[in-house]
Design a protein around this ligand. Structure first.
Ligand SMILES: [Zn+2]
Length: 256
């Protein structure tokens, strides 16, 4: 029951994240005006704005003009619902959950904008990072010092990878936007989990990269934005980071 409520709450938040994903790249306000159809401008009625369900009832079309509604809308609502239920499953209804959900939601918005435009919304990353640092002393599992270290280490390690890659290949691998994303993740998760996040991001990125090569042919040139992988890595770390770090340290204990 608790998880179902968390899921439903998540889909409602997801509905707002959709607005952010659509409007932030255009520099529009995310609060006003209320949602309207981009084609006919008709204001969307409350009963047509119910997460996931309205999309299914309307069969993906605007009630007024029949313009197709992107499947991105229900998918983001579904994803936010699932991620919210996941965090509540792990940390219960607590400040810690709220802290991690703020990070998860910002990362959904950042990743989707990164996917659609290949640009990282720097301002959003910056303000979220500052919020993560300022809130850290009030959250039982983090501290101000950890948060500052995490943000610095997150940005630093990505810059190090970018410059190393550039010096040896003359090409740009990751973008500076990724350093901003990692600073944000580090502010919320602390420096140890920055490493774990990058490990999972690289792992998922490699699997997806290879899969795309198989599907589209090896010689196809494509650029994958790294933001969505960093976000996925951060989410796995939120849920299982402590267990993995303890397991790993335990293994090391056997060696020495
Ligand atoms: Zn319309």
């Amino acid at each position: 029951m608790e998880y179902l409520m968390a899921f439903i709450f998540g889909t409602i938040v997801g509905s707002f994240l959709n607005v952010c994903i659509y409007r932030i790249p255009m520099g529009e306000s995310v609060i006003y005006p209320f949602s309207h159809c981009p084609k006919c401008g008709e204001k969307i009625k409350w009963y047509d704005n119910i997460p996931i369900i309205s999309y299914l009832i309307l069969r993906g079309k605007c009630r007024n003009c029949g313009e197709k509604i992107s499947v991105q809308y229900p998918l983001i609502e579904l994803l936010t619902g699932i991620l919210t239920a996941g965090v509540i499953w792990k940390y219960g209804i607590s400040l810690v959950s709220l802290y991690f959900l703020i990070l998860a939601c910002v990362l959904i918005v950042v990743s989707m904008i990164d996917l659609k435009t290949m640009l990282v919304p720097i301002k959003l990353c910056y303000f979220a990072m500052v919020a993560g640092i300022l809130l850290s002393p009030f959250i039982s599992i983090s501290s101000f010092k950890d948060s500052i270290l995490g943000a610095s280490f997150g940005a630093g390690i990505i810059l190090f990878i970018i410059e190393t890659y550039y010096i040896f290949t003359g090409k740009e691998g990751m973008g500076y936007g990724d350093a901003n994303i990692m600073a944000l993740i580090g502010a919320f998760l602390g420096w140890e989990k920055v490493l774990l996040t990058i490990f999972f991001a690289s792992l998922i990125g490699s699997v997806v990269g290879v899969a795309l090569m198989v599907l589209k042919g090896k010689n196809t040139k494509f650029a994958l934005p790294f933001g969505p992988f960093l976000s996925a890595g951060a989410y796995i770390t939120i849920l299982f980071g402590n267990e993995i770090i303890n397991w790993y340290l335990g293994k090391l204990g056997w060696c020495f």
